[in-house]
Design a protein around this ligand. Structure first.
Ligand code: PLP
Length: 490
């Protein structure tokens, strides 16, 4: 009797108990069944949010480039861009090609006890886009993990000197795992959690304000120098699409260096070409100690992040055989994921997508500014860089501000959410356009097109915005409330 023969054939009742869905069945699910499964087995409250925005029932057939094709044939333009994941767009043919090549050649995906040649190749390619001496990577599977790795490498170097604090910016966002979650004052993401880094180990400055950075450092400096491990900064603020004035990042790095504080530039959202440079900090002449990447690095199809630093810093943190694996992760550097990362960087270069992000971004920007001229009372500002743009809408802030502190008033926040939700829903239902907004900045509509976006697609967005703004926000809001009346009243 062979060993395998000892396994009983699956009994009928076992099979009935499980009733697994096959992949074919899963792909063929109708929207109602799919929503039922999502509600029962994932997150029913998130589904309600999608439902309020009119998006829960999107019956998606396929996606390519900027377009999502619905089963009824409608073609949706995706300006939400996976919140930054989709720099190359959906299903870029060369990314699919890279995956296919891996399948055809049965490329090894996972080996933990030997190096994988694609890991080194990916890390080399990343270094080719970054200034010296940033040429050593740790491969992660998300932005927050890349930031965890950045925090830890800085801690390893600085805590032996007695340093204990991180310098961050009020309202920042660096991810939702316990470490990066600690590095913000944004209570909407922190509420109810014990911080991974204790509150007393984090100090905050005002974003874009170098005097505030100096003040914080001065406050943290005693006879033996300051006690700050590292300063972490979003090179463009993701939630509010705030582009700091030119020179801020350079000054920040200089002040930090003068005070023996390491610098971490978080490029998770805006790196990988989105702003018209590989990293947004490359608009200036500055090099941080550590940079973090993710989102578009995975080509829109893989979970991939990276923490990149210098050999010198890496050696100081992990430079011996005992410590070299102090920071690691099971899924770091899977073969096919690396293949996709390698191909993504080649696509960026071969198709001149970074340059394209700048050109298309400017085209979008010009159009948004023209809309602002047309609707000066509705659009307060246009902001952003390259293919990361946003418009700030005036939802009666000026009036409301006279009566109350609108930033902290829950009623105003709810009111703003209804208005911005109404705008997003109108753009989708009337014009087949997906946009997004962030809980931390409810007066901003964000546009993050893939860099492959073309002029016609941008014109379609601008016309849609013109139509919705021309009809009036009140009009959109009434329809939004009527459609959601039960939920609003409930
Ligand atoms: N840092 C920034 C600036 C981000 O915008 C994000 C996510 O949006 C993160 C970090 C976290 O990345 P992830 O969601 O991949 O963990």
């Amino acid at each position: 009797m062979t060993a395998l023969a000892k396994i009983d054939a699956p009994r009928r009742e076992d099979r009935q108990n499980r009733e697994l869905l096959t992949l074919e069945q899963s792909l063929a699910l109708d929207t109602e069944s799919a929503m039922g499964l999502y509600s029962a087995h994932l997150n029913r409250y998130m589904l309600q949010v999608f439902d309020i925005l009119g998006l829960a029932q999107m019956d998606i057939e396929s996606a390519q480039g900027v377009e999502i094709v619905l089963r009824d044939g409608r073609r949706i333009l995706d300006y939400s861009g996976g919140f930054g994941v989709l720099g190359l767009g959906h299903n870029h043919p060369r990314i699919i090609g890279a995956e296919r090549l891996c399948h055809e050649r049965k490329v090894l995906d996972c080996i933990k006890i030997a190096p994988h040649k694609l890991q080194g190749a990916l890390a080399y390619n990343i270094s080719r886009f970054l200034p010296k001496p940033l040429n050593v990577s740790f491969l992660a599977v998300s932005g927050t993990e890349a930031n965890e790795a950045a925090m830890k490498i800085c801690e390893r170097v600085q805590t032996p000197k007695g340093k204990t604090k991180f310098l961050c910016f009020k309202g920042a966002f660096h991810g939702k795992t316990h470490g990066p979650l600690s590095l913000t004052t944004a209570t909407d993401v922190q509420s109810g959690f014990i911080m991974g880094v204790p509150k007393e180990n984090v100090v905050f400055a005002t974003y874009g304000d170098i005097a505030s950075v100096r003040d914080v450092i001065a406050r943290e400096t005693g006879d033996k120098g300051n006690n700050i491990i590292a300063g972490i900064v979003e090179t463009i603020r993701g939630t509010s699409c705030h582009v700091p004035r030119a020179g801020f990042l350079t000054e920040f790095a200089r002040v930090c260096r003068e005070n023996d504080i390491l610098t971490i530039f978080d490029e998770v959202k805006v790196g990988m070409g989105r702003t018209g440079k590989f990293c947004a900090f490359q608009h200036e002449d500055v090099v941080p100690d550590v940079v973090t990447l993710a989102k578009t690095l995975g080509g829109g199809k893989r979970e991939l992040g990276a923490m990149v630093t210098s050999q010198t810093l890496f050696d100081r943190a992990y430079g011996n055989k005992n410590d070299c694996n102090l920071h690691s992760s099971s899924f770091s550097g899977m073969g096919e994921t690396c293949a996709v990362g390698i191909e993504t960087l080649n696509v960026l270069q071969d198709e001149r997508l970074i340059e394209r992000a700048a050109v298309m971004g400017n085209y979008l920007r010009d159009g948004l500014e023209k809309l602002q001229e047309k609707y000066p009372r509705k659009i307060v500002s246009v902001r952003g860089e390259g293919c990361f743009q946003a418009i700030e809408l005036n939802f009666g802030q000026q009036l409301a501000e006279k009566a109350m502190d609108i930033r902290t008033n829950p009623l105003f926040v709810t009111y703003q959410t209804v208005l911005i939700g109404a705008m997003a829903r109108e753009l989708y239902e009337r014009h087949g356009i997906l946009v997004h907004f962030q809980p931390g900045a409810r007066d901003l509509l964000h546009f993050m097109p893939p860099y492959v976006v073309n002029e016609d697609q941008i014109v379609r967005l601008l016309d849609a915005l013109d139509d919705v703004l021309g009809r009036g926000i009140a009009d959109a809001t009434v329809r939004f409330v009527v459609k959601n009346i039960k939920r609003v009243l409930g």
